[in-house]
Design a protein around this ligand. Structure first.
Ligand code: G3D
Ligand code: MG
Length: 191
């Protein structure tokens, strides 16, 4: 038996969603393009382990928007069956940070359920290499905490660089962990 986990990756255009997936899966990894909804989906078998679970086979399916213009018409198809969302902003683009709560609400509204979220601040390499105005770690952490309290759900925050490959694996691992925790709690199963 293999657990199938669909994850959607959302956030403003240009924040690095596609780059994160490509970095995680390897650049030679080709998605299937769903022309009707303008989305790519990447599917890969992985073996998941953490402190509680050992070597769990998971069919990870990640959905990524290929173009946003027609998104209004296709969003229900895009979100259908998702178990979690990776919500990404660009730490050097405050506008993309300001939109995070909209993206989260949009996801939950479409799912009719407060499914797990992993919040990601990408392009951290840019602020490590130059002194530019950006969304600071403390501010993003505080925001994640505020959202967690407001919606009564734990929202982890991670900073990544798809460019140099920093903490990219952790994002996907955290998303799968959140999905397992969520559905085990929901079914009253403890491990
Ligand atoms: P999107 O899928 O969210 O729209 P993309 O974003 O993955 O297409 O990335 C948008 C641009 O940001 C790309 O630049 C990409 O190379 C760059 N980018 C993505 N992640 C990072 C990162 O971690 N660090 C840096 N420095 N750049 C990143 P181009 O120039 O190809 O449009
Ligand atoms: Mg993209």
């Amino acid at each position: 038996m293999i657990l199938r986990v669909k994850i959607v990756i959302i956030g403003d255009g240009g924040v690095g969603k596609t780059s994160l997936i490509r970095r995680y899966l390897g650049y030679g990894f080709n998605p299937k393009y769903l022309k009707t909804i303008g989305a790519n989906f990447y599917s890969k078998k992985i073996t998941y382990s953490d402190e509680k679970v050992k070597n769990l086979p998971v069919q990870l399916v990640v959905w990524d928007l290929a173009g946003q213009p027609r998104f209004n018409e296709v969003r229900s198809v895009y979100y259908r069956g998702a178990k979690a969302a990776i919500v990404v902003f660009d730490v050097t683009d405050r506008g993309s940070f300001d939109n995070i709560e909209n993206w989260i609400n949009e996801f939950w509204r479409n799912m009719n359920e407060k499914l797990p979220i992993v919040l990601v601040g990408n392009k951290i390499d840019l602020v490590e290499s130059q002194d530019i105005d950006h969304v600071k770690t403390e501010e993003a952490l505080k925001f994640a905490e505020t959202l967690s309290r407001k919606y009564d759900i734990d929202i982890p925050y991670l900073e990544t660089s798809a460019k140099v490959g920093k903490h990219v694996e952790d994002v996907f691992k955290e998303a799968i962990r959140a999905v397992l925790d969520y559905f085990m709690k929901k079914r009253g199963i403890s491990v």
